[in-house]
Ligand binder design. Structure first.
Ligand code: GLA
Length: 398
């Protein structure tokens, strides 16, 4: 159980629940956080390490079970209301289900795993910018998984709930993402970031000191229109690069385990694009080791340097940045109180993060807004995020 936020969001959620479903079945309320990833860009689906931090924003859900096999889903942020018979939910989402594909995918996986296929009525609402790289989709999956588990009293552990949420995204919705986002949300611990070794998966929690470093989120407001196709293309390219390395260098289970020397051995067999994709993955593993060591030592300048180097590699070798993200990170790094900056999430638009010395974020935001508007004609949006409390049921509600 976690304490409810002092946010007006919860009142709005409960009000909408009553409006939609009446008072006959009072809801229980749940929260799952969004995340930023400090270092480890596009490493999760390559069997590498990532260093996500669950933040103090995310997705809330007010939910109750129904005994008529109907699933009714409302969102505070989306007009689309979805009402569907449990029997109509097969292995894939449908275009007309829109955002509801995520919770329906989790419902489907949960029903398959437990054999429990009761109906559900749920309202969700969040305080994360949607589709901007802070993982609102993983948060909605994880909050649904936690809600279904609690409402059915199944006591499934958090790792299994994270995997259930992940399968909803890869199988039901069809984005071939790695496990980072769902694990970051489901396994978050207050005051810590998650150092996740995706190949295991194994993980450890590393303290993050909010008094030494703040996270300024800078939203380019550029929609991530190409994110799904571009993302799946990167996944496919990495798989091809891995195949070639297995033949021409050595046979290792994951692309992230190779070295630059291995890439040299396979250089002739790989085209230049594949080589750059693989080089990003291999060098990002070095950056995450250095970044995690810096974090453990409380060296936020050292951590920041790895963020900025990671951004350059995602821009040049992995090509998932864009002019807006390059400009916004460069503008932030021009401020003396910024330790480092990089895009977050899949890239292709959306948000970047800057690690900032506490107290300086307004001045950083002013500088970035001025430079960015000069170049793109409109200012970005900013948010100051804190390390969050982790997911769970909200105490004393319902
Ligand atoms: C998206 C995916 C994650 C991860 C990141 C890139 O957020 O959902 O699994 O691959 O991109 O690091």
């Amino acid at each position: 159980m976690i304490d409810p936020p002092r946010s007006p969001l919860l009142d709005a959620l409960l009000q909408r629940y009553r409006l939609a479903f009446g008072t006959e079945r009072p809801p229980r309320c749940f929260f799952a956080p969004g995340r930023i990833n400090l270092v480890g860009a596009h490493l999760d689906y390559n069997g590498g390490d990532v260093l996500p931090m669950a933040v103090d924003r995310g997705l809330y859900a007010a939910a109750a079970l129904r005994d008529d096999g109907r699933i009714l889903l409302h969102s505070l942020d989306q007009d689309l209301v979805v009402e569907v018979d449990a029997a109509a939910i097969q292995s894939r989402t449908r275009p007309e289900w829109g955002w509801a594909g995520y919770p329906l995918g989790v419902w489907h996986g949960f029903a398959q795993r437990t054999g429990k296929a009761l109906g559900l009525q749920m309202v969700v609402g969040g305080d994360l910018p949607i589709a901007s790289g802070l993982s609102s989709s993983a948060a909605i999956e994880v909050v649904t998984a936690i809600a279904l588990d609690a409402l059915h009293g199944t006591q499934i552990d958090r790792q299994q709930l994270a995997l259930l949420a992940h399968r909803a995204e890869t199988g039901f919705v069809g984005l071939r993402c790695g496990i980072m986002d769902q694990f970051a949300s489901a396994l978050a611990r207050p005051g810590h970031v998650l150092w996740l070794h995706c190949a295991g998966p194994r993980w450890e929690h590393v303290p993050f000191d909010p008094a030494a470093c703040e996270v300024l989120v800078m939203d380019t407001l550029k929609p991530r229109a190409l994110a799904k196709t571009g993302f799946n293309e990167r996944v496919a390219q990495c798989a091809t690069a891995h195949e070639l390395l297995r033949v021409h260098a050595r046979d290792l289970p994951h692309l992230a385990q190779y070295t630059l020397a291995d890439l040299e051995l396979a250089r002739e067999a790989m085209d230049e694009v594949l080589l750059r994709r693989a080089r990003h993955v291999v060098t990002e593993m070095e950056r995450i080791r250095a970044g995690a060591a810096a974090l453990r030592a409380g060296d936020y300048a050292g951590l920041g340097a790895q963020l900025s180097a990671s951004h350059r590699s995602t821009a040049v070798d992995y090509e998932v940045s864009c002019a807006e993200l390059d400009a916004i990170t460069a503008a932030a790094c021009a401020h003396p109180a910024v330790f480092g900056a990089r895009l977050t999430g899949a890239g292709f638009g959306g948000c970047a993060i800057a690690l900032v010395r506490p107290g300086a974020s307004s001045s950083v935001a002013r500088l970035v807004a001025e430079r960015y508007s000069g170049q793109f004609g409109a200012p970005p949006a900013f948010d100051l995020l804190r390390v969050g409390t982790g997911p769970g049921e909200l105490r004393g509600i319902g």
